[in-house]
Write a protein that binds this ligand. Structure first.
Ligand SMILES: [Zn+2]
Length: 151
């Protein structure tokens, strides 16, 4: 396996249904557990609750009010999965640093690494234009498009 950061390693231990449930909580945080459970087909409710416990034991989610929210690392696991899904080529995907999860702002950064799940933004959560070298690159691209594509 090429990627060794925590999000990739944790993600390899999750099955498709684990991910589906993590995505559900990513998009619908704090929805009461009882409501989420009732939304499941009857035969899947027990497995749904067991999976909640599994995700909590892995520290990917934590209780919040009557429902759940993703932890910092759980958010990173989902963002990494989205990054892999959106990437044009699986061989070389921009990666987060150890203190970045793609949703919560990371430390100062001057090395733009596109977060494909959040177009125009870096894994550090800042826009491309806030990375020193990238501003020049964006300007050069604009000049090229105006002179090259000319009217
Ligand atoms: Zn950055």
């Amino acid at each position: 396996m090429k990627y060794h950061h925590a999000f990739a390693v944790l993600g390899r231990h999750l099955g498709l249904q684990d991910f589906q449930q993590l995505f559900l909580l990513y998009h619908f945080p704090r929805v009461p557990t009882a409501h989420l459970e009732r939304a499941q087909p009857l035969r899947r409710r027990r497995a749904f609750l067991q999976r909640l416990h599994k995700l909590a034991e892995l520290s990917l989610i934590r209780p919040d009010g009557e429902g759940w929210v993703l932890s910092w690392i759980g958010t990173g696991v989902v963002n990494w999965r989205l990054q892999e899904q959106v990437a044009a080529s699986p061989s070389d995907i921009p990666e987060p640093r150890a203190d970045e999860n793609g949703t919560h702002p990371g430390p100062p950064c001057s090395d733009y690494r596109p977060a494909f799940f959040s177009p125009g933004f870096c894994w550090c959560c800042r826009p491309q234009s806030e990375h020193p070298g990238e501003l020049v690159r964006l300007a050069e691209g604009l000049i090229r498009s105006q002179s090259g594509g000319g009217a």
